[in-house]
Design a protein around this ligand. Structure first.
Ligand code: PLP
Length: 384
């Protein structure tokens, strides 16, 4: 049975071009970018070219604003650490209640150490009011963190309004853009965003590599100290193959965006949703009425366990998710849906289908049929 992959918010397939670009950097071109000989020099050149590609993808005005990290989680943690080091006397942080665990887990640890954490929730329809979020931020805050798009529902947040307010108040803003970079055009340099997290494996690049955009390095306190790589902002020998693969994936994503890919993918997502809405009774699309990323659908099916649905769909060859990959391994109801005001039962009855530029109309037809059949089989067994 062929596999039909609908879990692209968890991770994406590495683009063949990205894989091919990486391979020489494991073998004949294995140098350390800090070495002064030819092998080192060519590795340093490759890293510099890659930095420029990532900067272009997000619209940063300088490649030097890009710091390579091990992925989205490290980028989020590093940004939080750097902001707090800037304002050690401020003890308040404002975040959305729907951030990824890479932000929320550090917040829980900071709360235990005496910080006041204000978590702002969206409405039941998944809308997080930018002005309402901004209103909680004033000069007493050490940091505000707002993800650009949510990984579970795809809801896109009003980062622009929040960024302008943060600048007026003199509060650093960190934006987790892991789920939006490579899916939509961004112009990060047009907004006063201090730091922004990116992960390569969400945009058809390899795992274990990501980046942090840093607007102003002068005030950036590094998370990892050591050999002084990344202009003293992130120590450790660079993951050259990963960086090169990330850059190739970024170039492909930039071209796909420029060619109108997001619009076509949103149409495919809408076709998936309408097929499921037509076939399955007693269901809803979470955050269906708000602006969303082009690839993400999150469904609620009354009386069905999301986990059971994911397992049954897997038997049909459909790879899906009941929420975020991290929450799935803990068997907890989605904190995102709970924050939207759903009760535990409804929050445990969700299914996320996340598409990519590789998804086809035939995949969508097959997934819709499989969802219809799986939901009715599970409902026939009685209430979840
Ligand atoms: N932030 C968001 C919104 C994510 O979806 C993820 C991954 O699921 C991360 C951060 C963590 O990224 P990584 O897996 O590269 O550490």
């Amino acid at each position: 049975m062929s596999i039909c992959y609908f879990d692209n918010n968890a991770t994406t397939r590495v683009a063949p071009e990205a894989l091919a670009a990486m391979l020489p950097w494991f073998s004949e071109s294995f140098g350390n970018p800090s070495s002064l000989h030819t092998l080192g020099e060519s590795a340093a050149d490759a890293v510099a070219a890659a930095r420029a590609s990532i900067a272009r993808l997000i619209g940063a005005h300088s490649p030097e604003q890009i710091v390579f990290t091990s992925g989205g989680t490290e980028s989020d943690n590093a940004a939080i650490r750097a902001a707090l080091a800037r304002f050690p006397n401020r003890r308040r942080i404002v975040v959305s209640a729907v951030e990824h665990e890479a932000v929320l887990a550090p917040m829980a640890a900071l709360e235990a150490s005496g910080y006041e954490i204000i978590r702002v929730a969206p409405t039941r329809d998944g809308h997080l009011d930018g002005a309402g979020f901004a209103a909680r931020i004033d000069e007493r805050c050490a940091l505000a963190a707002l993800m650009w798009a949510n990984n579970e529902t795809g809801a896109v947040h009003d980062v622009a309004a929040v960024a302008l307010h943060c600048e007026q108040q003199g509060v650093p803003l960190h934006v987790d853009a892991v789920q939006v970079v490579g899916k939509h055009a961004l112009g990060v340099s047009t907004l006063p965003i201090d730091t922004l997290a990116i992960s390569a494996h969400k945009l058809h690049g390899p795992k274990g590599i990501g980046a942090l955009y840093v607007r102003d390095s002068a005030s950036f306190e590094p998370f990892l100290r050591g050999g002084g790589q990344e202009r003293e902002r992130r120590a450790g020998t660079e993951n050259v193959p990963g960086i090169v693969g990330f850059a190739r994936a970024a170039e492909l994503a930039a071209r796909w965006i420029a060619d109108g890919g997001p619009r076509s993918l949103a149409r495919l997502r809408d076709s998936l949703e309408s097929r499921i809405v037509e076939r399955v009774p007693h269901m809803r699309v979470h955050a269906g009425a708000v602006e969303r990323t082009c690839n993400t659908s999150n469904f609620g099916f009354d009386g069905v366990s999301g986990e059971a649905l994911v397992m049954l769909l897997s038997e049909y060859g459909i790879c899906a998710s009941a929420g975020s990959a991290c929450a799935s391994s803990r068997h907890a109801p989605s904190h995102v849906l709970l924050a939207m005001g759903l009760d535990e039962r409804a929050a445990s009855s969700s299914l996320r289908l996340s598409l990519s530029r590789e998804t086809t109309e035939a995949d969508v037809a097959r997934a819709a049929e499989a969802v219809e059949s799986a939901v009715s089989s599970l409902r026939a067994l009685g209430p979840a």
